[in-house]
Design a binder for this molecule. Structure first.
Ligand SMILES: Cc1cc2nc3c(=O)[nH]c(=O)nc-3n(C[C@H](O)[C@H](O)[C@H](O)COP(=O)(O)OP(=O)(O)OC[C@H]3O[C@@H](n4cnc5c(N)ncnc54)[C@H](O)[C@@H]3O)c2cc1C
Length: 418
């Protein structure tokens, strides 16, 4: 290795870590020594887990051996980052090994805190308690759905923000409702969507449409209801009301099936590090993704404190900015403030129908295709089920970046309703 070669350590080999490594290889060739640190055996294409839970996609197609995704020339350390010492440009791994770096990229995603809901870990995967958030449980969601009978109570919960893919808890609710409609069971079952938040979706433009979708299926939406405990064998779930006149009150609901979104947090190693803000998330410049105090540290993906929606779509736009900025910093150039908060959430409102929610910081709607973004479309379903997985494996994780730009000038008043 050349003496002046720069070392890049990437913590987390998920959507973000692999994309940045691949992009750096494309931009810098062999001029950088790049190591990805990740303890996982498998990498999942998580956006398709919703479809697996609805019986519309095979779990096996979402899974790859994690290390097989390392771009050529990039080393893979199968270990977890345990502590960070940014003053010394060093991290320590769970094994005790230390790695020194010139540039650090932090992207270990989020931890799923199943244990924060009393009784959940004992019953997840049985008694009708399921979650698409655990890859090995997504097929059980589909099993539960197929077992629903007339008279069943079916609950879908949404955790406190922030959590990854804020649309996922309701996407499975709509697919389940559509499945039950086709089986002529929808009108004979009671479906509820219980969310910690005060609105169905964070972007009002799309929330307006989603309220109509829920009403169409006669899903009873309850706001400010937070799941606190589950008794699987007794088939009872307890919710705490977290706002309004009844704040603090607890309500018990019977269920035959309950789809749970677990509370989520930054990984412990991040929370306890000097890279984290008070809430435990990595604080970076919202546009350059550079850490606010350590200039040779960048972060992206679900672990950052940036106010974008935590999605793989956001990662797709962040990764090229991070790769460019590492090289800009190395060469003494100005940083590129190129990330505008873009995120996309393909909202599966029925089998064969998706509203493609695309937006940037501030909730501004920014569609990529010249089609009215409020509409449920079969084309968007095709993009979700076929286009985006191909794009993810063969394009984004390979460090390719050319893609149609989202339209930041879009305005509802100027749009045709095609
Ligand atoms: C059910 C579901 C549906 C979703 N639907 C969509 C969708 O439709 N569209 C969309 O764009 N996004 C969707 N997402 C979200 C998307 O998958 C994530 O936002 C994206 O994967 C974030 O990428 P990341 O690299 O930050 O985290 P991840 O891809 O989760 O990768 C994090 C990696 O870090 C590793 N790691 C953890 N701790 C450490 C440590 N201490 N040291 C080293 N490595 C560590 C992990 O093993 C993991 O491999 C969905 C997610 C779920 C669960």
């Amino acid at each position: 290795m050349a003496e002046n070669m720069k070392h890049v350590v990437i913590v987390g080999g998920g959507a973000a870590g692999v994309s940045v490594a691949a992009r750096l290889r494309r931009l810098a060739g062999g001029a950088l020594d790049i190591v990805i640190v990740d303890p996982s055996e498998y990498h999942y294409y998580q956006p398709a887990l919703t479809l697996v839970g609805a019986g519309a996609y095979q779990l096996a197609k979402t899974r790859r051996a994690a290390q097989s995704l390392a771009p050529s020339g990039v080393k893979w350390e199968r270990d977890a980052a345990h502590s960070f010492d940014p003053a010394e440009n060093r991290i320590t791994l769970a094994s005790g090994k230390t790695l020194e770096y010139d540039y650090l990229v932090v992207c270990p995603g989020v931890d799923l805190n199943w244990e924060k809901i009393e009784g959940l870990t004992q019953t997840l995967g049985k008694n009708g308690v399921c979650s698409n958030y655990a890859p090995d449980q997504a097929e059980y969601t589909w099993e539960c759905l197929q077992n629903i009978k007339a008279g069943s109570n079916v609950l879908f919960t949404q955790a406190p923000l922030p959590f990854k893919c804020p649309g996922a808890p309701q996407k499975i609710a709509y697919l389940a409702a559509d499945y039950l409609r086709k089986k002529d069971l929808l009108e004979r079952c009671d479906l509820r969507f219980l969310t910690h938040g005060p609105a169905i979706f964070g972007v009002p433009f799309f929330a307006n449409e989603l309220v109509k979708v829920a009403a169409r299926y006669d899903i009873d939406v309850r706001y400010q209801h937070n799941l606190v405990s589950i008794d699987g064998p007794a088939k009872k779930a307890v919710f705490e009301i977290v706002g309004g006149e009844e704040q603090g009150k607890r309500v018990v609901m019977d269920f035959d099936m309950i789809h749970v979104t677990p509370p989520q947090s930054p990984p412990l190693a991040i929370q306890s590090s000097s890279l984290a803000n008070e809430a435990g998330w990595v604080e970076v410049n919202h546009n350059t993704m550079q850490h606010v105090t350590h200039e040779n540290v960048f972060a992206l993906g679900d672990v950052t404190a940036t106010p974008n929606s935590k999605t793989a779509a956001a990662v797709r736009k962040q990764a090229p900015v991070v790769a460019r900025n590492i090289l800009n910093l190395m060469r003494g150039g100005a940083l590129d403030a190129g990330y505008d908060g873009y995120a996309s959430c393909p909202l599966t409102t029925a089998y064969g129908k998706v509203i493609m929610a695309e937006f940037i910081y501030g909730g501004k709607v920014t569609p990529t295709l010249p089609l009215h973004p409020a509409k449920e479309r079969w084309l968007n379903w095709w993009i979700k089920v076929t286009g985006l997985p191909l794009f993810y494996w063969h394009y984004m994780l390979k460090g390719r970046t050319w893609f149609l730009r989202h339209n930041t000038q879009w305005s509802d008043s100027k749009a045709s309703s095609d």
